[in-house]
Each structure stands twice: as structure tokens, then as C-alpha cells.
Design a protein around this ligand. Structure first.
Ligand SMILES: [Zn+2]
Length: 314
């Protein structure tokens, strides 16, 4: 899986309770199935009109501390890890209802979201899944950072980070996106921060819910959390998780290889703007059309693979 012919939604509602990492407030979240072609929508059920906000690039109002979307004065903050879970588990349509403005941070990763989605079950819908397929490279480079998207018949992310810290240094990781790979290699990677930054943020009334049970915290030389790291390269894996969440705001999944160098939410968002400017570098297509056009490699056009997929979905 990872790339599918048809759109998918969750089979039944799943609920979560947790604190917002910045607000420190307890919030209840329920993820519900949604009709085909409706995309991912958030809904503020604590407000009188219970408004919906579409999870889309053009609804993003802030990317400084977390990804925040807003519409008509109503916002939802810190959506990136749930969005990454939808992307990683190939969920196209869902409604995420919450009773406060900030999403629960859970354990700082996407593990609980991904696991619950898998356990609830995933339903394949009738409508074909539409992709943004890269047809020529798109590059954005600035201040030593870069994001590039290359044509590919699958979704792959390669990420490199560099931090002047003995536990992180330089880390590179690459994933060919399937649900299994996402859940095992990426979903458990937690967000991370530095103790001095966390103290400063708390001083200014930010990161009120930030704690050692929802982030990896580093002091000058080591990991502060007693349990240590979940993977030796947990940091770069989390950056891939964030990238998946950010790119899912394009509104359609990507067929292509994303290469990130020292990027983060803000720069990823800058890249999405560039993506929409370079309209000749991509096209929208279904997977069946893409394969018919002969652009798919032998992986997808292999008879076994193709037959299995088509008989299963049509
Ligand atoms: Zn994150």
C-alpha cells in the first residue's frame, strides 16, 4: 500500500483525549469517517456553530511554533501529527472533531493516531484517488536549507538534518511510504526540543503542556528523558513525520520523491507555495492513468502487482 487506486476513509470513529502542547488544556478529539472527495476537515464542536476548517495549504495561518489552520476567525492548532497519520495510513477523507483550539499532543509522535486508525479499520471508497504527480524537479533553496521534489512512481521522502549537538549531529533517513513502513519506522518518532528553549517558552507562557512524556528534551550534551530514545536517529525520523503532515496540506497525495535538507514546518510551507507556482512541473492524475501513460516504472507495471490491485478495487 502507500499508493492506492481508490480513496479511503476510516471504518468507524476513534476518540483521543490529551493536552495541547502549547495551550496546556485538555482536549477531546474524535476522528470520524467522511464521504469520498471531501478531504480532511477539522471541526470545532466547542463553538456554537461547530464550524469546519478544511485542512488545506490555503487555510494555513501560522507555522512559527506549530501548523495552525484558520477560517472566519476560528483556528485549529498543531494539526501536523494527525495529518501525518492520515498521510502515512493513506486516509483521504475524514473529519477530526475537537472541543478546543489545539490538538492533543499525545506522546509527541503519531504512534497512537496511526495505531488507532489501523485498529478501527480502513474502508476503500469508490472514487479514484487523485495524485499530484511530479513531472519535472521542483527545487527551493535558501539560507543553506533545501526542499526538492523529483518525479517518481511512488512516494518517497529523504531527509537530512544537521544540529550542532553531540546526540544529533548529522542524520539522514529515507522512507518509501507504505502504511507498514510509516507505522514501524516513522510514527513512533517524537517531537524534540532543547531544555533552554523549553524553559524560555514556558517563561513566555508557551509550551504549557510540554513535558517529558510528550517530547524528547535535550540538554547541552544528552537526552534528559529517563527512557532515552526510541530510535538512535529519532530526530530525523520525526522531521519526516512533520514533512508528511505539512505536504498533506496540498490536499492530494504526491507521486514523487521529496528530499529535505535542514528543513522544518516553515520552510516546508514555503516549498508548498513554490509548488503551486510551478504548475508545469506537476500534473493531477489517477494511478491508473499514470500507469497507462507509461510513466510508471517496472515496480508498478509488474503484472502480478497490477492485477492484484485492479481485481481488488474494481
Ligand atoms: Zn512534529
Amino acid at each position: 500500500m502507500g499508493i492506492t487506486y481508490h480513496q479511503r476513509t476510516i471504518a468507524k470513529p476513534v476518540s483521543f483525549t490529551g493536552v495541547g502542547v502549547h495551550s496546556g488544556k485538555t482536549v477531546n478529539l474524535t476522528v470520524k469517517p467522511a464521504p469520498e472527495n471531501s478531504g480532511i476537515n477539522f471541526r470545532r464542536v466547542d463553538l456554537p456553530t461547530q464550524p469546519y476548517i478544511r485542512a488545506h495549504f490555503n487555510r494555513v495561518v501560522d507555522t512559527s511554533l506549530a501548523t495552525v489552520i484558520g477560517e472566519d476567525g476560528c483556528i485549529v492548532s498543531t494539526i501536523e501529527h494527525l495529518m501525518a497519520s492520515f498521510a502515512g495510513m493513506s486516509i483521504d477523507n475524514a473529519v477530526a472533531e475537537l472541543d478546543d483550539y489545539e490538538m492533543p499532543i499525545m506522546d509527541g509522535s503519531a504512534a497512537l493516531f496511526a495505531q488507532s486508525i489501523r485498529e478501527a479499520g480502513i474502508i476503500e471508497q469508490k472514487a479514484p484517488r487523485i495524485y499530484f504527480a511530479a513531472v519535472s524537479p521542483i527545487k527551493l533553496e535558501k539560507d543553506g536549507k533545501s526542499v526538492c521534489l523529483y518525479p517518481a512512481d511512488h512516494m518517497e521522502i529523504t531527509c537530512t538534518i544537521k544540529f550542532d549537538h553531540p546526540i544529533i549531529n548529522t542524520q539522514t533517513y529515507s522512507i518509501n511510504l507504505t502504511e507498514e513502513n510509516f507505522e514501524q519506522e516513522i510514527s513512533r518518532a517524537r517531537t524534540f526540543g532543547f531544555l533552554h528553549e523549553l524553559e524560555l517558552m514556558k517563561f513566555y507562557g508557551l509550551a504549557k503542556g510540554g513535558a517529558l512524556d510528550n517530547a524528547v528534551v535535550l540538554d547541552e550534551n544528552s537526552v534528559v528523558n529517563e527512557e532515552g530514545l526510541r530510535y538512535p536517529d529519532e530526530f530525523v525520523r520525526h522531521k519526516i513525520l512533520d514533512c508528511l503532515g505539512d505536504f498533506s496540506l496540498l490536499g492530494l497525495p504526491i507521486l514523487g520523491h521529496v528530499e529535505l535538507f535542514k528543513s522544518g514546518h516553515h520552510f516546508n510551507h514555503e516549498f508548498l507555495k513554490e509548488f503551486f507556482l510551478q504548475k508545469s512541473s506537476w500534473k493531477t492524475t489517477t494511478l491508473a492513468e499514470y500507469q497507462r501513460s507509461g510513466e510508471a516504472s517496472s515496480i508498478l507495471s509488474a503484472p502480478d502487482n497490477k492485477n492484484t490491485r485492479e481485481t481488488k478495487t474494481i
